[in-house]
Design a protein around this ligand. Structure first.
Ligand code: DC
Length: 231
């Protein structure tokens, strides 16, 4: 039914800048945004709040299937996320939650439970889909697939800077080892591992500013979706 709604799939490892790029593209093109990582984070958070063991696949998958979640745009356009009617803030973005999300994301039943929910975000006029398996599993027919990379050191440095800007203290060394651990789990899992789709455009952002990455992505999107050059 919604097959003709265009999707731009943006995949890549933690801390590569997908979130910033996707938010920018969604604003620029007036498209909807799917932050699929937030669904895995919310599942992990809801499971932890229920005191479930994160490896308890059937119970965690039941939590994912019944997730009562709402994404609203804040007054400044930034997304606000509500779990069971209550806004979740910094908890969701913490490294603890990211690591827990990576653990539940390795469970096939959890991925299956979240699949249709993600596809339902595909609504007119278009969707920017941010994740690890957007181009390979969730939207294999996406009009454009981008795969962002950057060295692990650069990603740890960016994350460190982002946390300091938010007034949070973190050790660069700990961040680097957490990123390496999460990368390994996301790449090696049996179901929907992190990898570029065969038809993805890979953008190495190690030496690029966010503005340069946004420009490159927009140029590719304009060409692929047949949008005017100054869209
Ligand atoms: O993008 P993020 O850091 O919010 O994602 C949190 C975790 O969720 C990440 O370590 C892997 C998992 N994830 C996934 O497996 N598949 C997705 N499409 C998105 C996230």
């Amino acid at each position: 039914m919604n097959a003709r709604v265009p999707v731009i799939a943006v995949d890549g490892p933690s801390g590569v800048g997908k979130g910033t790029l996707c938010q920018w593209l969604a604003n620029r093109l007036g498209f909807h945004l799917l932050d699929s990582g937030a669904l895995y984070r919310l599942t992990a958070l809801a499971a932890l709040r229920r005191n479930l063991a994160l490896e308890d696949e059937s119970r965690v998958a039941a939590v994912a299937a019944g997730l009562e979640v709402e994404f609203r745009a804040g007054t400044d356009g930034s997304p606000r996320i509500f779990l069971e009617g209550v806004e979740v803030g910094a908890d969701l973005r913490s490294e603890t939650c990211g690591n827990a999300a990576s653990q539940v994301a390795a469970l096939p039943a959890v991925r299956a439970a979240l699949l249709q929910r993600q596809r339902d975000f595909r609504r007119s006029p278009g969707l920017i889909a941010d994740g690890r398996d957007m181009g390979t599993v969730v939207f294999p027919d996406a009009e454009l697939k981008l795969f962002l990379t950057a060295s692990a050191e650069e990603r740890a440095r960016r994350r460190h800077q982002q946390l300091s800007e938010q007034g949070m203290n973190a050790s660069l060394k700990n961040l680097a080892s957490e990123i390496a651990e999460r990368d390994a789990r996301d790449r090696q899992r049996a179901v929907a591992p992190l990898r570029p789709a065969a038809d993805a455009e890979t953008l190495d952002t190690t030496h690029s500013s966010i503005a340069e990455v946004c420009d490159r992505a927009l140029a590719l999107a304009a060409r692929r979706l047949g949008l005017p050059k100054n869209c």
